[in-house]
Every structure is written in structure tokens, then in C-alpha cells.
Design a binder for this molecule. Structure first.
Ligand SMILES: NC(=O)c1ccc[n+]([C@@H]2O[C@H](COP(=O)([O-])OP(=O)(O)OC[C@H]3O[C@@H](n4cnc5c(N)ncnc54)[C@H](O)[C@@H]3O)[C@@H](O)[C@H]2O)c1
Length: 346
């Protein structure tokens, strides 16, 4: 049986990953693409000429299809997700769930009322190296995980992602989301408290370009990460996507597994020394999303890790990080472990 997907937004994600993923899915079909920008449609149509390409929202939603992938700037996620759900279509809404928590809540409420499968486009959850790290931790390969340190740095166009009204958060929700999602999987819990620094913070004209934060999962276990978006085209080597999980009986290091191509590397160190992970076969994470949605349409439950409710919870966490960074922006005394500020110590 064919699975027909309509995509809203003919931008980078659609051209680079979504259409190739549907091409790789034997039963996958691209039904239609909606975008107000004729140039974006023209750039996209050669990849699947048989699909309908339109700037007319009603024509798009009148197309016969099974699911809609919302791949627009974040402030439009709510509108198109609700429209698809109203039509009884399954939905992938790309990450982050929405530009604001209020908009995310509206999406979750609509999803709960619609009774059709809907997931967040968390490609990292489908990456085999991230899945393996989670499996190894769960089976006790490094003992009890104590801490995770991560970096997700990248470059972006200086476009809607820079504008709070369209993006919501900046690099925190675009790239920093990956360390947060992965740490929640590794520790098997949501964070309970955080410390954070970012720049700019709470600027109505510009989203965050850099952030670092420590998220505590209880009194002992934490994630520390940094994330940044630069706006100049840089070599692929400037992309950083890596994390280390330190347990009381070993270490796991993963690199590349938050990149979009499904690849990565994983190494494990325990009392017997360093060794690479067992050979893993990368999967296309975007194809894996469509296959999951098709199975959900056939009656399989949507896993909590990609549910809309999970997407909202993650967005709330990211906003808590941003709010914490904003609250502490400005000069602060450096406190030594004894509690004295640096100035007093001198
Ligand atoms: N899961 C991932 O790996 C991943 C990767 C990249 C981006 N994303 C997410 O996907 C979404 C799109 O990102 P992108 O990098 O493709 O952005 P982009 O700017 O390259 O593309 C967005 C497209 O949406 C179109 N658009 C604007 N208004 C529209 C409207 N009213 N109706 C239909 N289309 C409209 C734009 O014309 C543009 O072609 C964002 O939410 C982003 O966070 C996810």
C-alpha cells in the first residue's frame, strides 16, 4: 500500500532530506508541496516531478494524501498542523514543536482531539548511534551515568531563524535541542533545574546565537552543553556534534549522530579499555519517521519519545534554559568553592 505525504515548506529540509527519504521508501509517494515562494517550488520540483507543486493552501489540502509534513519556519507549525489534523491527516511537525510554548500547547490540544497519529520530527531519535548509546547505558555498560558533556555548533543562514517572532528561540531550539533530547534519553528523566548563559537573551529583534547550560536531572546527574549558530558559510569541519557520557564504570563517546545523514561514531571505554561499538548500519532517520507514521496509521501506538506532548515538554525545557540565561545576564561575582566571591578572595 502506498503512503502519500504532502510537505508544507519547500526549503532546505525538504530538498536535502525529506524528498530523498520518500524516494528511499518503496511505498512512499510525494503527493504535493506547498510554498508561497515560486522559486522554492521550482528548485524542489525536479526531485519528484509527478507531485503537485502549489502556492494555494486550499489546493494543497484538497490533494489526496495520508500525511502532512510541516517543514516551515517555526511560527507556522501550529497553523499547518491544525489544518492537517482537521482534515484527519497524520502529521510530522518538524522540530522544535513550535516557536512559543503557547503555540505548542495549541498543537498538543489539537493532536489529542484529532485521534490521528502525529509526531515531532526528531531525527536524532532514529539515529542508530544515539539508539546504541541509550541501549548501552540501559544495559549498564558504563555503570550508572553520572554526567554528560555535549557540543552542537553549526552555521545557518541569517534568516527567519534570527527573528524571534518567526523562530522563537535561536540556536537553543535549532541545535541545542539535540543535547537536551539525548540527555533525557540517557538519564531516563526530565531535568529539574538548570543554570545557563546565552547571548543575546530576551532580545526582541534577535534570537540567541550562543548558549551554554547545565541541566540537573537530580542532585548529582547533569548535562553540560554548549550550542552556537554562526552565519558564515564554513567548511563541514566547523560543524560540531558530539557528546560524552561518563558513568561510574566507563565512558561512551558519540560523534556525528546529531547530523542529518544518519551516520555517526560511538566508542566505549570500560575496565578493559577503549573499543568501537559493534558494527551498526546507519538508517535514513527521515525515512524512519515516515515508516513510523505509516505503522501508527495502521494501529501501532506513537512512541512517547516522538509524541507531540514530548515535543511540548522539550520546548518548555528550552524556554526554561533561555529564561534562566536571561535572568542571570549581566555581571555576577565569581564564587569560589568556599563561597567567597573572587573579589573578596583577592
Ligand atoms: N529535523 C531536522 O533535521 C531539521 C533540519 C532543518 C530544519 N528543520 C526544521 O524544519 C523547518 C524548516 O526548516 P528549513 O531549514 O527547511 O527552513 P527554510 O527556510 O530552508 O525553508 C522554509 C520554507 O518554508 C516556506 N514557507 C514560508 N512561509 C510558508 C507558508 N505560509 N506556507 C508554506 N511554506 C512556507 C519558505 O518559503 C521556505 O521555502 C523548521 O522548523 C526547522 O527547525 C529540521
Amino acid at each position: 500500500m502506498t503512503y502519500r505525504v504532502g510537505i508544507v515548506g519547500a526549503g532546505f529540509l525538504t530538498r536535502h532530506s525529506l524528498i530523498p527519504a520518500l524516494r528511499g521508501m518503496p511505498d512512499g509517494r510525494l503527493a504535493a508541496v506547498l510554498d508561497p515562494d515560486p522559486q522554492a517550488l521550482a528548485l524542489t520540483s525536479p526531485a519528484w516531478p509527478e507531485a503537485r507543486y502549489t502556492s494555494d493552501e486550499d489546493a494543497f489540502f484538497a490533494t489526496e494524501m495520508d500525511a502532512v509534513h510541516v517543514a516551515t519556519p517555526n511560527h507556522l507549525h501550529e497553523h499547518f498542523t491544525l489544518r492537517a489534523l482537521e482534515r484527519g491527516l497524520a502529521v510530522v511537525v518538524d522540530k522544535p514543536l513550535a516557536h512559543t510554548v503557547a503555540s505548542g500547547r495549541a498543537i498538543v490540544a489539537a493532536g489529542a482531539a484529532a485521534g490521528v497519529p502525529a509526531i515531532v520530527g526528531y531525527m536524532s531519535k532514529h539515529n542508530v548511534y544515539n539508539r546504541e548509546a541509550r541501549r548501552l547505558v540501559a544495559e549498564g555498560a558504563i555503570g550508572t551515568p553520572q554526567a554528560m558533556v555535549a557540543a552542537r555548533l553549526g552555521w545557518r543562514k541569517d534568516d527567519w531563524r534570527s527573528r524571534p517572532a518567526e523562530s522563537g528561540l535561536g540556536c537553543l531550539a535549532d541545535l541545542g535541542i539535540y543535547p537536551v533530547l539525548t540527555a533525557i534519553d540517557i538519564f531516563g528523566a526530565d531535568p529539574v533545574r538548570c543554570e545557563a548563559t546565552a547571548w543575546p537573551v530576551h532580545d526582541p529583534t534577535r534570537t540567541d546565537l550562543y548558549a551554554q547550560a547545565t541541566l540537573w536531572f537530580d542532585d548529582r546527574r547533569y548535562l553540560h552543553f554548549e550550542t552556537a549558530a554562526t552565519f558564515h558559510e564554513q567548511p563541514a569541519s566547523a560543524e560540531v556534534a558530539s557528546y560524552t557520557v561518563i558513568g561510574d564504570a566507563g565512558i561512551i563517546q558519540v560523534s556525528g549522530a546529531w547530523q542529518m545523514d544518519g551516520t555517526g561514531a560511538l566508542e566505549l571505554c570500560d575496565a578493559s579499555g577503549w573499543r568501537p561499538a559493534a558494527r551498526l548500519t546507519p538508517v535514513d532517520p527521515y525515512r524512519s519517521q515516515y515508516e513510523l507514521l505509516a505503522r501508527a496509521a495502521a494501529g501501532e501506538p506513537v512512541p512517547d519519545e516522538v509524541s507531540l506532548a514530548r515535543g511540548l515538554r522539550d520546548l518548555e525545557i528550552l524556554y526554561a534554559v533561555a529564561d534562566t540565561a536571561a535572568a542571570r545576564a549581566g555581571a555576577a561575582a565569581v564564587r569560589l568553592s568556599g563561597g567567597a566571591s573572587l573579589a573578596e578572595a583577592r
